[in-house]
Design a protein around this ligand. Structure first.
Ligand SMILES: Nc1ncnc2c1ncn2[C@@H]1O[C@H](COP(=O)(O)OP(=O)(O)OP(=O)(O)O)[C@@H](O)[C@H]1O
Length: 297
């Protein structure tokens, strides 16, 4: 078992930035294995007479044997149904969840930008910018110099001096994004934070992601929105039941995914593809077999 190992950043675009090698991540959930219908009184009696010995431990395999290499200059979208292991994989890349087996190598620092990322709800947006941007490596003076730019990007206006628990989820997401990208990070992990922004913000976020990519950062984005993946990413990974089932250019990977789970999934058999060797009988590629390449543009 090994957590992310950090090393000196490699030289430039195209160099490997993240190597994920045969990673398994299994959660252990305590207190399961009990009849769901059990009423409170009998559960209490059972606990009093048997202590915790009767508590089951259930293992939830969230990520199974996932391997890929990400490069500097790539923006990688991760798609998959609920519970397919996307967030767990990203949290592991960000160093928050250790792999149960396999290893993750990072060629630089990873910054996680998640829905619940570390901003402090009782403090004002401005205080959060001070703390968050310093955590990203800026000095207090640099943060002060860049404060207006960060606030403008987040488009928070006068709310910047109010406590963050008065923000809408979109406003909080915009501020998180602005803080996390105030410094071009080596590796930026964006877990659904873009989903809450409005269309204008998504456009600005797309530009910022493009800038990070050009400056040879690597970005991972989780999204349930196919167009976010096709518009913002140069590569897509499809996770299914914890496994990586497709890896390649976003259009085809998103196409494969919606072919299996999209609204026309029941009707795939009713189509006949003319003049192509792709047919309805072809199934989704086996684990780790599809795409095969980094899919860089
Ligand atoms: N803290 C946890 N403890 C136990 N099991 C967990 C935990 N977090 C996630 N899981 C389980 O791990 C599996 C993968 O979850 P994960 O959140 O990584 O999937 P996801 O693809 O990001 O889902 P979603 O699209 O709903 O956010 C699921 O079966 C989930 O129930």
């Amino acid at each position: 078992m090994a957590g992310p190992e950090t090393d000196a950043p490699p030289a430039g675009p195209g160099d490997p930035s993240v190597v994920v090698s045969h990673v398994d991540i299994t959660y252990r959930v305590y207190g399961s294995g009990v009849d769901a219908q059990e009423d409170e009184e009998s559960a209490l009696r059972r606990l009093l007479t048997r202590g915790t010995r009767g508590m089951g431990v259930r293992e939830v395999p969230a990520v199974r044997d996932v391997s890929f290499v990400a490069h500097r200059g790539e923006s990688i979208g991760i798609i998959g149904r609920n519970g397919s292991g996307k967030s767990t994989l990203l949290r592991s890349i960000a160093g928050l969840v250790p792999p149960t087996a396999g290893s993750i190598w990072l060629g630089g620092r990873a910054a996680l930008l998640g829905v619940g990322a570390v901003l402090l709800p009782k403090l004002s947006g401005r205080r959060n910018v001070m703390i968050g941007a310093q955590a990203m490596g800026l000095s207090p003076r640099e943060v002060r110099d860049r404060m207006e730019e960060i606030v403008d990007f987040a488009d928070i206006g006068r709310f910047i001096d109010l406590p963050m628990n008065s923000y809408s989820s979109g406003m909080a997401a915009r501020l998180r994004f602005a803080i996390s990208t105030a410094v071009v990070p080596d590796i930026l992990v964006v877990d659904e934070a873009l989903a809450t922004g409005d269309a204008a913000f998504r456009e600005r976020a797309q530009e910022r992601i493009e800038q990070i990519r050009r400056e040879a950062g690597t970005i991972f984005v989780v999204s349930h929105n196919s167009s976010t993946i096709t518009e913002m990413c140069t590569r897509a990974l499809w996770m299914d039941h914890g496994r990586l089932v497709a890896d390649g250019v976003p259009g085809p990977v998103v196409g494969l995914y919606s072919r299996k789970y999209g609204k026309y999934r029941e009707r795939w058999d009713q189509a006949r593809i003319v003049g192509s060797d792709v047919g309805p009988e072809d199934d989704v590629p086996p684990a780790g077999a599809a795409g095969g390449g980094p899919g860089r543009r």
